[in-house]
Ligand binder design. Sequence first.
Ligand code: COA
Length: 147
Amino acid sequence: MFSRSVRALAVGHYAPPQIEAWADASEEEGWIEPEELPNVWVAQIGVSLVGFAELDPQAGEVRMVFVEPTVADRGIGTRLLRRVEREAADRGIDRLSLRSSLNAVPFFERFGYEIRSERESRMTDGTILRIVDMEKDLSARRESPGR
Ligand SMILES: CC(C)(COP(=O)(O)OP(=O)(O)OC[C@H]1O[C@@H](n2cnc3c(N)ncnc32)[C@H](O)[C@@H]1OP(=O)(O)O)[C@@H](O)C(=O)NCCC(=O)NCCS
């Protein structure tokens, strides 16, 4: 799903070889035990996995939000991001950071993330991708729990 999401939803924002390098970065198959991924949330429709998101609580970072392209634009990314933010707020995290791909910047901006910097990131195979560092202040949310 990760690679399908990258190939379908990042198109136009990166050159084809960059998209392929990014999509290939996670094409291993296998089992992962739930205890290995304690801060990952998945979205399902029926028995199908259609999205996932990860929080790194130590770093105060949203590590991933990925949605199956066939069900993009139906609010699944929103629900995943909100779930991660709720967990971060419950853990007393005041600021959340994330590294956004260029295609996802407008999505995160809608939820109050602000651009801090844009830079190049080198993948393990040497491919360079432009990414955007973003941050959101969660303390206001805690002060007014209705939001
Ligand atoms: C970014 C992503 C997670 C959004 O997931 P999604 O389920 O399509 O998002 P939602 O349906 O919840 O969208 C919420 C709103 O943001 C808008 N939106 C979603 N993705 C957007 C994008 N890339 N650019 C601009 N607006 C976007 C939607 O149109 C929707 O607007 P609305 O409330 O007016 O209808 C998804 O496009 C994705 O998986 N992208 C590829 C992987 C990726 O780049 N992830 C981020 C890496 S850090």
